[in-house]
Design a binder for this molecule. Structure first.
Ligand code: NOJ
Length: 709
């Protein structure tokens, strides 16, 4: 008998349910907390997994309880939300998505894994792969943005980065792809609300990132809190058992979200914990996070005949197998230790590089940036706010370890006249300090307006009906702009979403989306402002001009009445343009790029052929810069309407002034399949438009036509 089989044979029911239970250490909670004595549960074997406990010593101590005091000596699994770094914070995922760089996406996950593993963690609840097209939803901050292809590439990179090449290595973590699925489609962007998505949208938009995570070997998956078509994901047999387990072959651990099994009662699909537990287990959920539903509910479910012991054993087997894969049976203490000074310094350097690359230059009139010499007035509540730079889910990252914009600028520009006034708080309605901030701008040449959200305004439970500048920040910006005649004004936005700020964007000379850049925020912002680095971030979400446009995204399907300003009865708004303020992929640099010579060969392809696509990119600007190049397609006539643009590739090229280079893509023709009427992949002969360029603004894309035969 294998180790796992012998253990299962030796376990009592209570011990089995312990392996299916995750308890919190109570040091950080996001919802209802199970009242439990952690230590006693571990010793009794009724808690097998722990959430929110980190620090090599603390983890070592609880592990020791399991290994020395519990009857079967099964190692504990320790889990934490290491979303964008642990102690060293990288930009929030939406900011990282702006890099469009899978090598760096993997690198930050690798570093986060090393740092968290050194703190005794075995599993991270990341990557978050929810495609999100609604910036009212605060969790748009945590994921890849609006596009499923970006989600797929990010899924692969992150799983590889967190898990490394061998899960048993001491510096590797089990990853958890979440939240399966369509959580990003919550109604009206309201957190935890219901979702209404078609089976086609699931296949085309919401499932692909999870499919990529499974293909990359992700160790665990978390069902979303929400429902799809009336069936909560935590109890969704069709999506968990039939699709994930049977169709995709995912046979590892499904871990519920926080208290989600008990919440099946609120959803109205279970009348008590017994039914809730049975529904979740039957759907294939192995670990109950925090609800105590398996420990309290499954014994009753067995008695009522709602579940079988074999089903419980299957779940226990998966959990033990994960612990085995993590190397915990061989050495339960293998994670936890001290990292070397050089390793930490290299990580900070990476954090600065990635943060710099995540910043998107949205607007730069008259080459306002980079800054010249001159006096600076740094205004706004985000200018000296190191804690806010960390972003949502800061893990163990401390405010005192992050660099504020003000500090970063002072370091980068020693001796320069830099004055600072917050003007207002992030959210308060107090306007009494605005006048002081305005008068501080008097002698300045350039005013930097550091505006945006606090870290609690995005991420979980961070929905906003007015996703613009909070509090009195707009009043501050208007007062500063009114008095800023002859001065340059640069707005730097810190936020977990694209902030809807059309008036500000119109009036400032330059505007940057800095998201939440992490520990090295201020240094990264200073690198961009001073021109030490040329901006290269691209927005991974279409940037709305009004809440009424939401959801606005580039992958829209065609309509029978495309917008026509001359025809009233066409698909458009009467009061604003259909187009977002900035398209997906938009981001300026300090160079100036042109595209030429798009070539696609062959011009006809069968399903197993590939297209080679190349384009010449020329930097006719005065500075070296990096250009991100996007490859889109449009299937012009198909049996099912196809989106007007579908992203199929992206790449980056760095060019000195006056230089040109060639960017090449290989596009397998089979990647142009789409879910047919039966939702199975369909290769349909016909004409395909290939479009290459700097963003999803169709007017700026070079087109070429090919045929699938
Ligand atoms: C609830 C969140 O939805 C999930 O993303 C997170 O991993 C868990 N809480 C654990 O903190």
């Amino acid at each position: 008998m294998s180790r796992i089989e012998s253990l299962i044979a030796a376990m009592t029911l209570a011990e089995k349910l312990g392996q299916l239970t995750m308890a919190t250490s109570d040091s950080a909670v996001t919802g209802a907390v199970m009242s439990t004595n952690l230590g006693a549960g571990i010793v009794a074997g009724t808690i097998g997994n722990v959430l929110n406990l980190y620090g090599a010593e603390k983890v070592g101590a609880v592990q020791q309880l399991a290994m020395e005091k519990s009857r079967l000596k099964i190692p504990l699994l320790t889990c934490l939300d290491v979303i964008h770094g642990h102690r060293t914070l990288f930009p929030i995922p939406l900011g990282e998505a702006s890099l469009f760089d899978p090598i760096l996406w993997e690198a930050t996950a690798r570093e986060a894994a090393k740092e968290a593993a050194a703190d005794g963690i075995h599993l991270t609840f990341a990557p978050m792969l929810d495609v999100a097209r609604d910036p009212r939803w605060g969790r748009i901050a945590e994921g890849p943005g609006e596009d499923p292809f970006v989600g797929q590439v990010m899924a692969q990179a992150k799983v590889k980065g967190f898990q490394g090449s061998d899960l048993s290595q001491a510096d590797c973590l089990a990853a958890c792809a979440k939240h399966y699925c369509a959580y990003g489609a919550v109604t009206a962007g309201r957190e935890y609300a219901t979702t209404e998505v078609s089976r086609r949208s699931l296949r085309e938009i919401y499932l692909p990132p999870f499919e990529a995570a499974v293909a990359a070997g992700v160790a665990t998956i978390m069902p979303a809190f929400t429902d799809v078509a009336g069936v909560p994901l935590t109890a969704n047999r069709a999506l968990l058992k039939d699709y994930l387990r049977h169709k995709l072959g995912f046979d590892s651990v499904l871990v519920s979200d926080y208290n989600a099994i008990a919440e099946l009662i609120h959803h109205g699909v279970a009348s008590d914990l017994v039914e809730a537990a049975a529904l979740a287990l039957k759907a294939g959920v192995d670990i109950d996070m925090i609800a105590n539903a398996y420990r309290d509910g499954l014994p009753g479910a067995l008695e009522r005949g709602l579940v079988t012991m074999a089903e419980i054993d299957t779940a226990v087997k998966r959990v033990l197998r994960l612990k085995e894969q993590l190397g915990l049976f061989d050495d339960p203490y293998r994670r936890g230790g001290t990292e070397s000074g050089p390793a930490l310094m290299a990580r900070r350097k990476l954090a600065r590089d990635v943060a710099t690359r995540s910043i998107v230059l949205l607007k730069n009139e008259n080459a306002t940036l980079p800054l010249g010499n001159g006096r600076l007035a740094v205004i706004g509540p985000l200018a000296d706010a190191p804690g806010e730079m960390r972003g949502c889910w800061p893990s163990a990252g401390r405010a005192e370890d992050s660099v504020s914009v003000l500090a970063g600028l002072k370091t980068a520009l020693p001796g320069q006249d830099i004055r600072y006034a917050p003007g207002v708080d992030i959210e308060s309605t107090d306007e009494s300090r605005i006048a002081e901030a305005v008068s501080l701008c008097d002698g300045a040449d350039t005013i930097l307006l550091c505006l945006g959200e606090s870290i609690g305004m995005s991420g979980e439970a961070g929905s906003r009906a007015h996703p613009g500048l909070p509090g009195k920040q707009r009043a501050l910006a208007e007062a500063v702009l009114a008095g800023a005649v002859g001065k340059r004004v640069v707005a730097i936005l810190f936020s977990g979403r694209p902030l809807i700020v059309p008036e500000l964007s119109e009036r400032v000379d330059a505007m940057l989306a800095a998201w939440a850049p992490g520990s090295e925020a201020g240094n990264a912002v200073a690198d961009i402002l001073t021109g030490r680095a040329s901006p290269s971030g691209r927005t991974p979400v279409s940037w709305p001009r009004a809440v009424g446009q939401i959801p606005v995204f580039f992958g829209q399907r065609p309509t029978g009445r495309p917008a026509d300003p001359k025809d009233h009865y066409t698909s458009k708004y009467l009061d604003i343009p259909n187009e977002p303020l900035f398209p997906f992929g938009h981001g300026l640099t300090y160079g100036a790029f042109d595209y030429a010579n798009l070539s696609v060969t062959p011009d006809k392809a069968r399903e197993n052929d590939s297209f080679t696509i190349s384009v010449t990119v020329i930097n006719h600007g005065a500075r070296e810069a990096s250009e991100t190049v996007f490859l889109f397609v449009h299937d012009m006539v198909a049996s099912i309407t196809r989106p007007l643009l579908e992203l199929k590739g992206f790449d980056r090229i760095t060019l000195k002034p006056g230089d040109s280079g060639i960017v090449r893509f290989t596009l397998p023709a089979r990647n142009l399949r789409f879910p047919g009427a039966d939702l199975e992949p369909l290769f349909e002969p016909g004409e395909i438009e290939i479009l290459v360029g700097p963003s999803a603004d169709r007017a700026r894309l070079l087109p070429a036509n090919v045929r699938l035969v």
